[in-house]
Design a binder for this molecule. Structure first.
Ligand code: COA
Length: 372
């Protein structure tokens, strides 16, 4: 068995941002239009007027202040309310591949590794742009990486599940280096016309480079242990899929976008994640008190505050459990990796930390690391 280390990470951040106020202005204009168009039905009691959203609610309920998006114009157009992407020809790089390559190059450059020395590319994300060829194979080709590549989807846990998959292959000796890439174009799966969730997501791509930890001397994070778990639930669900085209009903169906029962998710996922982390630390013989940092999935600030307190047995000190939600919103599987990438450079040799993501499935994945 070989040891594994994370030697580099990279984050691609779209330049366009949308504040809560901008988002709420567009949403409220959309509801005003809709209510005017449906005034007769609302007056007759056969339709319900759509209520306004509010920036104060969004910050209080989620901790989100703004989000980065690949296209804001379509989302802020009250007559449209979804992003506008110009379709790309088959001989052009896909959207996911393009942003994934950007994040991957940053991770490779952080570790000073040549792309040709990468043996495995995993594209792990909540949605795939097409059925095949795998986005990962396109990324492998655009980078000029060697070996092989494949896609994985474990929703918000895709990054940690990808890290465990790559780490296991490095441990077994079948590969030496792997890139786990998480291009999350969440804006395309969000229903921007649904008040309950229109503020939740942003776009981003992250990449994590894992290597066999032999002869490495540069700053890195040793992977001490990884653990994944799943338990079926319908509370976060998206029914979009290829069988859609085999049904007669091709109308604009709400269930073809992200759907969640947020309250139930809150109640059910918190104990699941807290227990998962406690058991993982116990089995790895690591006391929670010895963790310098938690890089948690970024879906909701209250949720993360709760998990941080439960794991550490006290309220985390500022910096012990970094949040990037205010700036990025929920970026699905990429969230914990953004937090890790942006808030880990100050750690000293021997400091331990835990990356943890959770979400649809339900799924939860954790990675215990130590600075070396
Ligand atoms: N603006 C203003 N008010 C809103 C609103 C909005 N955009 N959205 C909902 N409200 C209202 C609701 O109508 C409700 O009003 P009522 O009490 O009069 O019925 C009230 O605010 C509370 O709504 P609720 O949906 O219960 O809010 P919440 O506190 O549960 O927060 C989430 C909503 C989605 C932020 C929260 O449930 C959450 O983050 N859950 C976990 C999500 C998660 O981890 N998902 C994984 C995805 S990867």
């Amino acid at each position: 068995m070989h040891n594994v280390a994370i030697t580099g990470t990279g984050v691609f951040t779209p330049t366009e941002t949308v504040t809560n106020d901008e988002l709420v202005t567009a949403f409220n204009a959309y509801t005003d239009l809709w209510n005017a168009e449906n005034a007769a039905a609302i007056a007759a009691g056969t339709a319900e007027a759509k209520p306004h959203s509010s920036s104060d609610f969004i910050v209080a309920a989620s901790g989100i202040e703004r989000r980065h998006l690949l296209d804001k114009t379509g989302i802020l157009d009250p007559a449209r309310m979804f992003p506008r992407f110009t379709p790309r020809a088959d001989d052009q790089p896909g959207f996911m591949a393009e942003i994934g390559v950007d994040a991957a190059r940053k991770a490779l450059s952080a570790a000073d590794i040549k792309t040709a020395d990468v043996d495995l590319v995993i594209c792990a994300a909540s949605n795939m742009e097409r059925a095949y060829p795998a986005v990962a194979v396109e990324i492998q080709q655009l980078l000029g990486a060697g070996g092989f590549a494949f896609d994985m989807n474990v929703a918000c846990s895709s990054a940690t599940f990808g890290i465990q998959t790559a780490a296991d292959m490095i441990r077994a000796g079948s590969i030496r280096r792997a890139l786990v890439i998480n291009p999350e174009i969440c804006s395309a799966h969000l229903e921007w016309r649904d008040r309950d969730c229109h503020f939740i997501f942003g776009d981003v791509a992250t990449a994590t480079l894992l290597e066999r930890d032999e002869g490495l001397t540069a700053l890195r994070f040793k992977v001490i242990s990884t653990r994944c778990a799943t338990q079926f639930s319908n509370n976060i669900r998206n029914n979009n899929g290829y069988l859609r085209r085999t049904t007669d009903a091709m109308e604009d169906r709400r269930d073809m976008q992200f759907m969640q029962n947020g309250r139930k998710v809150f109640k059910e996922v918190l104990p699941l994640v807290s227990k998962h982390i406690a058991d993982h630390l116990d089995d790895a013989n690591i006391a929670a008190s010895s963790l310098r940092r938690l890089w948690l999935h970024q879906a909701n600030k209250t949720m993360n505050d709760y998990i941080g307190k439960k794991v550490l047995g006290r309220t985390p000190e500022p910096g012990e459990q970094p949040n990037i939600l205010h700036d990025y919103a929920n970026t699905s599987s990429a969230g914990s990796i953004i937090a890790f990438s942006k808030h880990s450079n100050d750690m000293a040799s021997g400091d331990k930390g835990l990356i943890c993501s959770f979400g649809a499935g339900y799924s939860v994945g954790s990675v215990i690391v130590e600075r070396a």
